[in-house]
Design a protein around this ligand. Structure first.
Ligand code: APR
Ligand code: ZN
Ligand code: ZN
Length: 372
């Protein structure tokens, strides 16, 4: 029984911006009130981990344990934790849900106000549960999954079906849910509609899965890397476009090929340029554009483009109310409504995390899963 004791385990610590991952022995303090200690089974590697490593997100403080797309088993719980017990299978939540605040009670949003009140990288009491070589290590996105054990707040834990034995279920913790929910919840793609997806990485492919299940008639995949086209078509894209194959802007191509623009355009790259291309490829009178890619660049455009009737939207974690809906997404996966295996191109032991990031940079991988 580990309850109440400090755990020593291995973690991938990022000591500073751009530093290589350092596999270290760390100490994990026991969970305090309303906190949960989780033993990780697997974690995906997501672009946001990479952006954070590169220092693109100002809120991320170093040294830090990155990683946010995990699945694990509850090892122990702090005082006052309800509905979760040791031995439960869980997914840590990048978008926590207290269930009590104004936003949690409002069906229009999946945001939670409690999250805004706290310092990024620390638990609600303003401290960390991780130390290494005598130094405090910051948490990351309420989760920190590049470690054998992590501590997460109760409101950032979803209990999932014990029968979800496949490690790929961890993708429901970020990439899959973000893309899939952007199509279903944010855009609300309707049957027989036309969609364009810019960027066919893990996020864009999950958007395609959402468009398909929503009954879209045309799903146009756009990527400058044509190696992504086969998998995009396998998942539901009806056609694919490589912008580099044409002299004119890709938005113009799409306007021509769709008789005036798509019903729904999704940006899953994270560049201002592709955000504008998505916006310009949407129908002038009723097209909706959803921005999913995270970017540090500034967007500027003529407001007339919206005044004609276009809508520009975004969402976080695909609009899912995390604690309530992550378990349902897992059940849908078990019921074979979608196939996460299609997004998994590589599996590595946790200690080979640096190789996983090399694969991410190579463009050859959709998702790498690290196994503990
Ligand atoms: N036009 C079209 N596609 C592009 C372009 C471009 N100008 N530039 C890059 N791409 C493609 C890449 O070839 C790649 O296939 O966009 C895809 C991006 O995929 P990943 O790098 O695998 O990223 P992913 O994990 O899907 O995340 C996409 O969403 O959450 C954010 O931070 C994340 O900004 C990132 C974005
Ligand atoms: Zn992510
Ligand atoms: Zn809340």
């Amino acid at each position: 029984e580990s309850a109440g004791q400090v755990i020593k385990c291995k973690a991938a610590v990022t000591w500073e911006k751009d530093a290589p991952f350092s596999i270290e022995e760390i100490e994990v303090a026991p969970p305090k009130a309303h906190e949960v200690l989780i033993k990780l089974i697997a974690t995906g590697i997501c672009r946001s981990d990479d952006h954070s490593l590169e220092g693109k997100f100002a809120a991320v403080k170093f040294p830090v344990i990155l990683g946010h797309e995990g699945v694990g088993i509850v090892e122990s719980i702090g005082d006052g934790v309800k509905d979760i017990k040791p031995g439960d299978k869980v997914i840590p939540l990048v978008a926590p849900q207290c269930g009590k605040c104004q936003c949690c009670k409002d069906p229009r949003t999946n945001r939670c106000l409690t999250r805004l009140k706290r310092q990024f990288g620390l638990m609600s009491d303003g401290t960390s549960r991780f130390t290494c070589r005598g130094k405090q290590i910051y948490h990351f996105m309420n989760t920190s999954t590049f470690t054998e054990y992590t501590v997460v707040e109760e409101m950032a834990v979803a209990k999932i079906d014990d029968n979800a034995t496949m490690d790929s279920v961890c993708l429901i913790g970020c990439g899959f849910s973000t893309g899939y929910g952007s199509a279903l919840n944010t855009a609300k793609v309707h049957p027989e509609s036309t969609c364009a997806i810019f960027g066919l990485g893990g996020i864009g492919l999950a958007v395609i899965m959402g468009c398909k299940i929503a009954g879209a008639a045309r799903i146009i995949g756009v990527d400058i890397n044509p190696d992504k086209f086969d998998i995009a078509k396998e998942l539901g894209a009806t056609e694919c476009i490589n912008p580099n194959d044409y002299d004119k802007p890709v938005a113009e191509m799409i306007l021509e090929q769709t008789g005036g623009g798509v019903d729904y355009a999704f940006e899953c790259v994270g560049h201002a340029e592709t955000m504008l291309a998505a916006l310009h490829s949407s129908h002038f009178a009723f097209g909706t554009t959803v921005i999913i890619g995270a970017s540090a660049s500034t967007l500027s455009f003529d407001p007339m483009i919206l005044l004609s009737g276009r809508t520009l939207k975004s969402s976080s974690f695909g609009g899912w109310k995390s604690r309530l809906e992550v378990p349902k997404l897992v059940s849908d996966y078990l019921a074979k409504k979608f196939d996460l295996e299609k997004l998994v191109t590589h599996r590595l032991p946790f200690q080979k995390i640096s190789e996983g990031f090399d694969l991410l940079h190579s463009g050859k991988c959709i998702r790498t899963i690290l196994k503990f």
